[in-house]
Design a protein. Structure first.
Length: 152
């Protein structure tokens, strides 16, 4: 498996690493969300959105550490203040996107357990693409990656 993974192009390796890390942090996100909903009975729109956003924010620090050390290690050289700031901005924007998608789907689908899972899943799916793009092209970008992004 290791040989096949290293044979992948760099962007594909990053994406696979990002997906594995994302799978782990997403599982943790779902667990935190479910715990808050169950423990506090937060099923209606605003409290459920707060639980969703809170779970997302709580897993962001772990996501930074894992992504910088594993998924984007070839691009990432140090934890500078600007890198951490770009990461925080990326995840803040992701939290906003996630909350907007969750609230929209929740308002349309209702407050049943299935509707809450669908809303949570929809918000996570969109954020996966959003985050990878920003992490690769902005947060952990090398000068070469930044130049290529600006050329597009």
């Amino acid at each position: 498996m290791r040989v096949r993974f290293t044979a992948l192009p760099p962007t594909a390796r990053q994406f696979v690493g990002y997906l594995l890390i994302g799978g782990f942090t997403t599982s943790l996100n779902f667990a935190l969300f479910a715990t808050m909903v169950a423990a506090f009975g937060w099923r209606s729109s605003l409290p459920a959105t707060a639980a969703s956003t809170g779970a997302y924010v709580a897993t962001s620090a772990l996501a930074y550490v894992l992504n910088s050390r594993f998924a984007f290690q070839a691009q990432h050289t140090s934890d500078s203040a600007s890198t951490v700031t770009r990461f925080a901005a990326t995840f803040a924007s992701s939290a906003a996107v996630s909350a907007l998608v969750f609230a929209s789907v929740n308002a349309f689908a209702g407050e049943s357990s299935i509707a809450l899972v669908v809303a949570q899943g929809a918000s996570i799916a969109l954020v996966i693409v959003w985050n990878f793009t920003l992490l690769r092209l902005w947060v952990f970008a090398t000068p070469h990656t930044e130049a290529a992004a600006h050329a597009r």
